[in-house]
Design a protein around this ligand. Sequence first.
Ligand code: BYC
Length: 331
Amino acid sequence: MYAQLVETGVKRVKTLAEMSPEERTFQEKVDAEIKIEPRNWMPEAYRKTLVRQISQHAHSEIVGMLPEGNWVTRAPTLKRKLQLMAKIQDEAGHGLYLYSAMETLGASRDEEIENLHQGKSKYSSIFNYPTLNWADMGAVGWLVDGAAIVNQVVLQRTSYGPYARAMVRICKEESFHQRQGYQILLDLMREGTKEQKAMVQDAINRLWWPSLMMFGPSDEHSPNSKQSMAWKIKRKSNDELRQMFIDQTIPQLEFLGCTAPDPDLKWNEETGHYDFGEIDWNEFYEVLKGNGPCNRERIATRKKAIDEGAWVRQAAKAYAEKQQQKQHTAA
Ligand code: BYC
């Protein structure tokens, strides 16, 4: 799979001279930082790229509720339970803003959800790992939401208006998520037993590398990055964002009194960044192919939720039609 993706290669970006007059005007608008809005002309490939990215992003928010949902009934205190439930509800909201942003591009929410269920549409690799202990709730909030923020803060400046505006609200809520996660870990490390401290280190050991994988393949193996950067859908490359995440996370890790499971991790005085070890890209592509520890379980759970909620959607639709009919008769 890895070799196949590498062969697929980075997509070539058209030069201004190769563009049609419409494409050139569009590119000039993007270059001038003017937002693209739903009714504006856009290249079909730009529209498709956005539908792909925004739908995957929306699916990630919705599937991302599952590893945390697993712990609602087992949160250690009422306060923790309420915080966790609030966070999970926020993720549902993020999914809904994003599906709405996607619909402004003429895509169908039902079709995209069906694509997810059939394995044709991706969602973030990170949600295919299990959450085994309470410290995982801290590590997910801190590392996973932390990585999501680094990626999403720059998406507030993405070139497509509805996506950029959805991201502003999402980022505000993600900051709370990241802090609540860090607080869980900090409390366990400060006040916990020896076993609880070991639980924190174990959660970090398991979630560290998958969190780094969230930023996607390295730049030279990222087929979509070059074009997405030219269209300013992406504002920073996968590797740039991964480095930013590592640089800002290591001091927080040290403050916790924990370590990263990476013997090659060290501060580089010359570059002013942390050097880090090689990501296991085979594992990454296996997870993308559907072979991660929880892929099948996640999709089965989502399908079940859609099937079991069908009657609610049908009832809401029937009610709306009845109301419409009443208004029509009265008029
Ligand atoms: N997982 O050319 P590339 C969250 C795919 S957090 C799965 O670099 P692109 C949350 C990629 O889709 C997460 N697939 O692609 C947090 C492409 O496949 P296709 C959600 C991945 O799009 C806490 C192929 O690999 N955030 O929501 O330029 C709680 C080649 O990659 C991954 C977003 O979605 C991955 N990690 O860049 C709850 C942010 N990485 O589509 C929820 C928005 C790559 O060609 N998305 N692939 O078949 C993005 O910023 C970009 O889409 C990515 C990938 C950086 C993820």
